[in-house]
Design a binder for this molecule. Structure first.
Ligand code: NAD
Length: 369
C-alpha cells in the first residue's frame, strides 16, 4: 500500500501553535491506529515572505500539487499589512486555491451540547445541530467578467459585476454535495434566486438534472437563498447538506457557522477535481485567521485545526472511524469542562493550547484502547 502524504503549512500567528497540536493527534494515530502519513512541512504567508520574499514559493506550490492533502494553519498579521496586495500573505492562500482548482468549500456547522449556550440562538433551536454548507468557490459574481468601475457619459460612476455559471460548473459542485449527502442523512437543499436571476434558474435546472440522472436516491429540495438565510436562524435543524453558489454560499456559510459559537471551533475543507489517483485535490484549514492579538501566548483553541484534520481523515484518507474517534474525544473533553479562553464559561476550567491538546490525546487513549 502506498503511504498517504500531506503538506503542512502552519503559517503565521497562532497557525504554528494549533498545528503543533494536530501533529500530536497524527502521532497518536500512527502509534495506535497504524496510520502511515508522510508529512512535509513548509512556509506560507508572512513567514514565507520573510524568508523568500514571496508568500508561497514555486517549490511549495509544486509539493501541494503532489500530496494527497494540504493542511493549513493561518496566514497574515500586522507585520505584513502594509505590503502591496500582490505580495500580501493572503496571496499564498489564493494561489493554492486557484492552482489546486479547489472549487468546493465545505463548512460544517455542528453544535456541541456542552457549548449550546455559546450560540446567540435559543438552546432548543441549536441543540444537536449538524449541517454542512457546500459553497461554490471559483465561479460566480466574484470572478465573472465584465467587471469594474466606469464613469458614465453623464458623470455618474457605475460599478459592475457579472454573475455567471456554466452547466459544468454547476454540475461538478452539485455532485460533491450529492456525494456528501449520501454519507450523511441523504438530504440536499439547493439554494439560488431562480425567481429573479437567470443564472439562478440555470442553477436549479442543472442541480435537478444531476439529481434525476445520477443521484435519484438523494432527497433534493430547492429553496430561494433569502428564504434559506431566514430558515437558518428560524429552524436550522431542518437542513442536512446545503449547496450554494459563491455569493450566497459566502453569506449562508458565515451565518451557519455563527449558529454554533466560537471561531476557534470551526473547521473547513476546500475540494477540487479528482486527480490521477482517483482522489480529489484537497486543502483543510480552520476558518479562523492568525489571531495576532493572542499569538505567542499559548492560549489559542486548537480544536478548529484538529477538526480540520478530522475532515481530512474522512474525505481524503478514507478513515471515517478515526475521524469519529478524534471528534468523540473532543466532545468528551468539552463535556469534562475544559475550555480555552475563546469558549470559556463560568464554572469551567480555563486551559492553554497545550493542555487542551494533552486532554484530547488522553481521551483518544481512553477511547482508542
Ligand atoms: P482572526 O480569526 O485571526 O481573529 C478574530 C478573533 O478571534 C481574535 O480576537 C482572535 O483572538 C480570535 N480567535 C481566532 N481564532 C482563535 C482560536 N483558535 N482560539 C482563540 N481565539 C481565536 O481574524 P482577524 O483578527 O480578522 O485577522 C487576523 C489576521 O488573520 C489578519 O492578518 C487576517 O488577514 C488573517 N486571516 C487569515 C485567514 C486565513 O489564514 N485563512 C482567515 C481570516 C483572517
Amino acid at each position: 500500500m502506498t503511504k498517504s502524504t500531506m503538506l503542512m503549512l502552519p503559517g503565521d500567528g497562532i497557525g504554528p501553535e494549533v498545528i503543533r497540536e494536530v501533529r500530536r493527534i497524527i502521532d497518536w494515530l500512527t502509534r495506535r491506529r497504524n496510520f502511515e502519513l508522510e508529512i512535509s512541512v513548509d512556509l506560507v504567508g508572512g513567514c514565507a515572505i520573510d524568508k523568500h520574499g514571496v508568500p508561497l514559493t514555486d517549490e511549495t506550490m509544486a509539493r501541494a500539487m503532489e500530496v494527497d492533502a494540504v493542511l493549513l494553519g493561518a496566514v497574515g498579521g500586522p507585520k505584513w499589512d502594509s505590503l502591496p496586495f500582490a505580495i500580501k500573505p493572503e496571496r499564498g492562500l489564493l494561489r493554492l486555491r486557484k492552482e489546486m482548482g479547489l472549487f468546493a468549500n465545505l463548512r460544517p456547522a455542528l453544535c456541541y451540547d456542552s457549548l449550546v449556550d455559546a450560540s446567540t440562538l435559543k438552546p432548543e433551536i441549536v441543540r444537536g445541530l449538524d449541517i454542512m454548507i457546500v459553497r461554490e468557490l471559483t465561479g460566480g459574481v466574484y470572478f465573472g467578467e465584465p467587471r469594474g468601475i466606469t464613469t458614465l457619459p453623464d458623470g455618474q460612476r457605475q460599478g459592475l459585476n457579472t454573475q455567471v455559471y456554466t452547466t459544468e460548473e454547476i454540475r461538478r459542485i452539485a455532485r460533491v454535495a450529492f456525494e456528501l449527502a449520501r454519507t450523511r442523512s441523504n438530504r440536499l437543499t439547493s439554494t439560488e434566486k431562480a425567481n429573479v436571476m437567470e443564472s439562478g434558474l440555470l442553477w436549479r435546472e442543472e442541480v435537478q438534472w444531476v439529481h434525476d440522472n445520477e443521484y435519484p436516491d438523494v432527497n433534493l429540495s430547492h429553496m430561494y437563498a433569502d428564504n434559506a438565510a431566514m430558515q437558518l436562524v428560524r429552524a436550522p435543524k431542518q437542513f442536512d447538506v446545503i449547496v450554494s453558489d459563491n455569493l450566497f454560499g459566502d453569506i449562508l456559510s458565515d451565518e451557519a457557522s455563527m449558529l454554533t459559537g466560537s471561531l476557534g471551533m470551526l473547521p473547513s475543507a476546500s475540494i477540487g477535481a479528482k486527480g490521477a489517483n482517483g482522489k480529489r485535490k484537497a486543502m483543510y484549514e480552520p476558518i479562523h485567521g492568525s489571531a495576532p492579538d493572542i499569538a505567542g501566548q499559548g492560549i489559542a483553541n486548537p480544536i478548529a485545526a484538529i477538526l480540520s484534520f478530522a475532515m481530512a481523515l474522512r474525505y481524503t484518507f478514507d478513515r471515517a472511524a478515526d475521524a469519529e474517534l478524534v471528534e468523540k474525544s473532543i466532545v468528551n473533553v468539552l463535556d469534562s469542562g475544559l475550555r480555552t479562553g475563546d469558549i470559556m464559561q463560568t464554572g469551567k476550567a480555563r486551559v492553554s493550547t497545550g493542555v487542551m491538546g494533552d486532554a484530547i490525546v488522553r481521551e483518544l487513549d481512553k477511547l482508542g484502547g
